[in-house]
Design a protein around this ligand. Sequence first.
Ligand code: ADP
Ligand code: MG
Length: 323
Amino acid sequence: MSAPILSIRDLRVSFPTPAGLVRAVRGVNFNLEPGELVGVVGESGSGKSVSFLSIMGLLPPHAQVSGSAILAGQEMIGVDRDTVRRMRGKKVAMIFQDPLSALNPVQRVGAQIVEMIQSHQHLDDDAAHARAMELLDLVGLPQPDVRARQYPHQFSGGMRQRVMIAMAIANDPDVLIADEPTTALDVTVQAQILDVIQEIRRMTDTAVVFITHDLGVIARIADRVEVMYAGNCVEKAPVGDLFAHSNHPYTRGLLASLPVVGRDRLSPIVGAPPNMLAPPEGCAFRPRCPHAADECRGASGELVQAGPTLSACVRISEIGVSR
Ligand SMILES: Nc1ncnc2c1ncn2[C@@H]1O[C@H](COP(=O)(O)OP(=O)(O)O)[C@@H](O)[C@H]1O
Ligand SMILES: [Mg+2]
C-alpha cells in the first residue's frame, strides 16, 4: 500500500454554545490513498461536514479542534491560517451541496475560474483562459466559450455544480472533498454529476472523499466506505463488503431502510440521533440498537476486524458476524 495522501488521527471538534459544548467530532481516524474514492456516510448531524471542514480550515473561529490531519505531508490542524489557505485550492479542494453560495453572483463564470487558476499558478491571461475552457470541457459543460461569459444565475443546478467541480480541480489538487454535491439535484442530474466525478478521477487520479447521507450514491461511486455515527466512525469496509457483509447494527439499520425493489415496506431505524451536547457514554448507538446490552456502555469505539469489515460494535460476535 502506498503512503496515504490524507491521514487523520484522533480528530475532535467541539463548539462552545450557550447550552454547553457540542461535541460534533469525537476521535475520527481516516486514511485516504492517492487516487481512491472513499464514501463517508451517516445521518444528518453525524459530523461528516464538520470533520472535513476542519481540515480545510473552514470552521468558525470559536470551534475547538484537536488531533492531526496530514495532507500531502502538511499538517492541517492547529497550523496558521496562511498555511491552510495555501494548501486549499492547490492540494485540496472542496465542493458543496449549494454551488451558488460558493460562486460570485456578479462575476462571469469564466473569470472566476481564471482567477482560481491564477491564484495558484503563474499563467498569463490567455493561458489561464485556455485552461479554463479545457476544465469546462472536462466537466461536460456544453459550449464552454459561450458559458464562460455568463453569470452563475444563468446556469441550472447541475451546470453550476459542474462549474464548481471545474474550479475545484483547476489547480490539480491531490484531494477533492465532495460534501453532498448531488443532494439538491434531481436523480438524472445527480447521476450525471457522479459520472463527472468518476471521469475526473480517471483522468487526473485525484483522490476523492465523497460525503453523503445516501447509501445508494455510495454504492454507485465509492471504492471504500466509512460509516459515521454521532461523531465517530463505526464501520469501515470496501464498498461491496459493506453492502453484503455489514457488521455493525447501525449500518445494518441503514441498509434495511433502503428502498429495494420487491420489498414493499421500509424499516427505518427507530429513534433519533443523540444530542451532541451529551452523547451517550460508550457506544452512542446503544439507545437505538436492538442488540444493546450492558457491555455497550463501556465500548471504546475501537474498530475491530469482523468478517471483511472493521466494526466498532463490541457485541458483533454475539449478534452474528457476516462473512
Ligand atoms: N457552528 C456550529 N456550532 C454548533 N454546533 C455545530 C456547528 N456546526 C455544526 N454543529 C453541530 O455539529 C454536529 C455535526 O454537524 P455536521 O458535521 O454538519 O453533520 P453532517 O454533515 O454529518 O450532517 C451537529 O450536531 C451540528 O448541529
Ligand atoms: Mg453535512
